[in-house]
Design a binder for this molecule. Structure first.
Ligand SMILES: Cc1cc2nc3c(=O)[nH]c(=O)nc-3n(C[C@H](O)[C@H](O)[C@H](O)COP(=O)(O)OP(=O)(O)OC[C@H]3O[C@@H](n4cnc5c(N)ncnc54)[C@H](O)[C@@H]3O)c2cc1C
Length: 496
């Protein structure tokens, strides 16, 4: 069947999750005359990883996540924590800009102040947490952090974690009042709704991108299929961003760009225990992060979280990791097998062999009974009872398998942008710290793929308007940090 003449556009964004939603908005703010098409296979935006119950909703600022501050021979390494904290401050500024410009309304529907706590037990962990606190406390970004080994103080911060706990247990905690809970699903839908109504941007649902092909004139042909009618069509575009969540690796492979060779994906699913007892929910008002167990991937650090979803306060514990061969929650069990090819097979075998402990951990998690899950919860809330908690499936994360700088196969746990050398094609892989740092990830993408425009005075001025601290390190400027935190708190209606 002959296809209609291809439509033409400047930009195609594949997927309507938080990544594409943010990039689409940034591009239109920077270049209002550009034409943008957002293509989404589902019937609404942000119902994969970006949706509220599919992630933990932590505004990752490295206040409480102990995996961002590993202990080394020379002390606690805070490099990653500083970077992530800076990046979250950038996100807060961009979201404030959107609110001030009335692009998104009612910030209380997507962000709340929820203090972030780290909580550990046992001599070794208590000593680590103290060292971590002492290293962070000296830095402007973390100078408001509080530390205690005093059970009565911890009880004031988070009463549930002390209920039923032995008086002689060695425990400690840190507390940061600046923590947040973010409903990334609602935020994304607000951003996509706005873009649906502006000139030059078109958002199309229930349409899947099934291939991408580089053209002789330097543009990309994006092949799409209407999932309601089966009708296929094509779009010619100057720039493609694959923001397809876990499925990005599949389209990266199809692009054939040399930079995308050797990449593979390893899916890790997640599950939460969700509290059904309103009295317990009312007693907890923090996000309490602990230490991951041996072999656990960094994103499986257990946490007991206050959430605000659809105007209702709730409480979850998890995530429990699991394994499924799907790359998306609404994906296909063939995804993993479809992703394996001659280019990435050695990487996948190499990375797999080096991560046997992860495999063992995942098998253990998958086979875990409800009683075992509640046992894990009891480490954080000793009085927990199985009847108060139900199990829910979270989103699907696809960890990146790739070759490192030395050509060795590795399983990577961060997020990564892969770009073609000419900057016309890009894909986002990985999922941690994820949604919280979207704005910085997209700034990095703009710098790499739109280098000339990015460095132009017009874009630089606009970027500074969108992100007032743009180009400056907040950790080096306490006055600027305080000013930015104060302003963004006011606009986002946060208590801190
Ligand atoms: C268990 C869990 C906990 C997490 N906790 C946190 C947290 O606390 N804080 C945080 O910041 N981040 C967290 N994350 C990470 C965060 O959720 C992700 O980084 C973020 O949502 C990814 O956004 P995205 O836009 O890339 O992908 P998604 O939201 O998954 O969107 C991708 C979209 O692409 C569409 N799509 C896929 N293939 C195609 C195709 N071929 N054609 C058209 N459309 C397609 C999908 O339907 C989907 O709508 C967590 C993730 C998980 C799984």
């Amino acid at each position: 069947m002959a296809l209609n003449k291809p439509e033409e556009t400047d930009v195609v964004l594949i997927g309507a999750g938080i990544m594409s939603a943010t990039l689409g908005l940034m591009l239109k703010e920077l270049n209002p005359g550009s034409s943008v098409k957002i293509i989404e296979r589902l019937d609404q935006a942000a119902v994969e990883s970006s949706d509220a119950w599919n992630n933990a909703g932590t505004g990752h600022s490295a206040f409480c996540e102990l995996n961002y501050t590993p202990e080394t021979n020379t002390g606690v390494d805070v490099t990653k924590a500083v970077k992530i904290c800076e990046q979250f401050e950038v996100s807060r500024q961009f979201w404030s800009y959107l609110v001030k410009k009335n692009i998104v309304q009612n910030p209380k529907e997507f962000i709340h102040s929820v203090p972030h706590m780290s909580f550990v037990w046992g001599d070794e962990n208590v000593s680590y947490l103290k060292k971590r606190y002492e290293s962070l406390k000296t830095l402007p970004l973390f100078s408001d952090m509080e530390f205690t080994e005093d059970a009565s103080q911890i009880r004031k911060w988070a009463p549930l974690i002390m209920q039923g706990r032995g008086a002689d247990e060695k425990i400690s905690a840190t507390y940061m009042k600046y923590g947040t809970d973010v409903n990334f699903g609602t935020l994304t839908r607000k951003m996509i709704d706005y873009q649906s109504g502006i000139s030059g941007t078109q958002v199309t649902f229930e349409t899947e991108v099934y291939d991408v092909k580089k053209q002789a004139d330097g543009r990309w042909k994006v092949l799409i299929k209407d999932l309601k009618t089966g009708q296929k069509s094509e779009i010619l575009t100057k720039f493609v961003f694959v923001g397809a969540g876990g499925a990005s690796v599949l389209l990266l492979e199809k692009s054939g760009i040399p930079e995308g060779k050797h990449y593979g994906g390893f899916p890790v699913s997640g599950q939460w225990l969700i509290c059904q007892n309103e009295k317990l929910i009312a007693q907890h008002q923090t996000k309490v992060y602990g230490k991951a167990s041996v072999g656990a991937p960094p994103m499986s650090v257990p946490h007991l979280d206050t959430r605000y979803i659809d105007g209702k306060k709730s409480l979850l514990f998890g995530p429990y990791a699991g394994f499924s061969t799907k790359f998306l929650k609404n994906g296909s069990y063939c995804d993993l097998f479809k992703s394996i090819n001659f280019s990435n097979l050695p990487t996948m075998i190499g990375a797999g062999m080096k991560n046997i402990d992860l495999t063992v951990y995942l098998i253990g998690e998958v086979l875990q009974s409800q009683n075992k899950r509640v046992e894990a919860l009891k480490n954080y809330f000793p009085d927990a009872q199985a009847k108060d908690w139900r199990l829910e499936t979270a989103g699907q994360r696809v960890q990146t398998m790739k070759k490192d700088a030395n050509g060795k196969a590795v399983l990577a746990f961060g997020t990564e942008i892969v770009c073609s050398s000419d900057g016309t094609f890009s894909a986002l892989l990985g999922a941690s710290p994820g949604a919280s740092t979207t704005v910085s990830i997209m700034l990095n993408l703009l710098e790499r793929c739109f280098a000339e425009e990015y460095n132009s005075p017009t874009w630089q001025i606009k970027l500074k308007e969108m992100i007032p601290s743009f180009g400056q390190a907040l950790n080096n400027d306490k006055a600027l940090l305080e000013d930015i935190r104060k302003q963004t708190s006011e606009v986002l209606e946060l208590t801190h």
